[in-house]
Design a protein around this ligand. Structure first.
Ligand code: S5P
Length: 255
């Protein structure tokens, strides 16, 4: 199989964030996403600043921040602008269209105001995509569908995964790709983003299962999400550099 270069995939991507993300990965030469799963705003901003030069995406779980205030997202946006990366709020929406639309736009977090990318489970049916799209598309945002999960015993397999691909195809303007464990679609405009990455592939004893950067890329992933492998490392900046290097080298061997 021939894999198109990222700048050509940027041209083919219908979603505006996917387009910019492919181009950024190509120019910055990094397919690394750091999961900033820390619980204090100061730690989150410090981590973003430390790893910013090595990443294309910074993934947040804004609802685990114990001292959340809107200032943190404003600061994060400044860091993202300075270091050139996109912000992905890992909200994993999972309700009916009318509810997720409000969760995306309203509440404490006003996610659509600052997150370039969010993700959603497809369990409630295609209405979840339509609800999020109403709010996100006019703001030029992108949606990733959770087509597979990294955790042991995940039910997102088989026909469930197939449905995610089918509904993504119907909403290519807003759905930019998948959270998955391998390449799912041969449409080059979709991006495949894979969590559960560590150099030492093992488990965390709470169901998480890890692949190495090399094995995830060999299975067709485009972007690798690393959480504890980086933020829990003695030196997160150095760890991010090493994961970036491994991910990028593995990618360049595929083209
Ligand atoms: O299937 C999934 C989907 C996601 S988004 N498995 C995951 O682990 N994630 C997220 O990726 C998870 O919520 C966490 O933020 C990150 C993995 O963290 P790590 O510390 O295990 O690398």
């Amino acid at each position: 199989m021939t894999i198109l270069p990222l700048n050509e995939r940027a041209v083919l991507a219908p979603n505006p964030v996917a387009k910019k993300l492919f181009q950024l990965i190509h120019e910055k030469q990094t397919n690394l996403c750091v999961a900033g799963d820390v619980t204090r705003c100061e730690e989150l901003l410090k981590l973003a600043e430390e790893v910013g030069s090595e990443i294309c995406l910074f993934k947040t779980h804004v609802d685990i921040l114990e001292d959340f205030s809107f200032a943190v997202v404003n600061e994060l946006k400044k860091i993202a602008q300075h270091h050139q990366f996109f912000i992905f709020e890992d909200r994993k929406f999972a309700d009916i269209g009318n509810t997720v639309l409000q969760q995306y736009e309203k509440g404490i977090y006003h996610i659509v105001d600052w997150a370039d990318i969010v993700n959603a489970h497809i369990l409630p049916g295609p209405g979840i995509i339509e609800g999020l799209k109403k709010v996100g598309l006019p703001r030029q945002r992108g949606l990733l569908l959770l087509a597979e999960m990294s955790a042991f015993g995940s039910l997102a397999t088989g026909s469930y995964t197939e449905k995610a691909i089918e509904w993504a195809n119907l909403h290519q303007d807003f759905v930019m790709g998948f959270i998955c464990q391998r390449k799912l679609s041969h449409f080059p405009g979709f991006i495949h983003i894979t969590p559960g990455i560590q150099f030492a592939d093992k488990s965390d004893f709470l169901g998480q299962q890890y692949n190495t950067p090399e094995s995830a890329i060999a299975k067709g992933s485009d972007v690798l999400i690393v959480g504890r492998g980086i933020y829990a490392a003695k030196n997160p900046r150095e760890a991010a550099f090493l994961y970036k290097k491994a991910g990028w080298q593995a990618y360049t061997q595929t083209i």
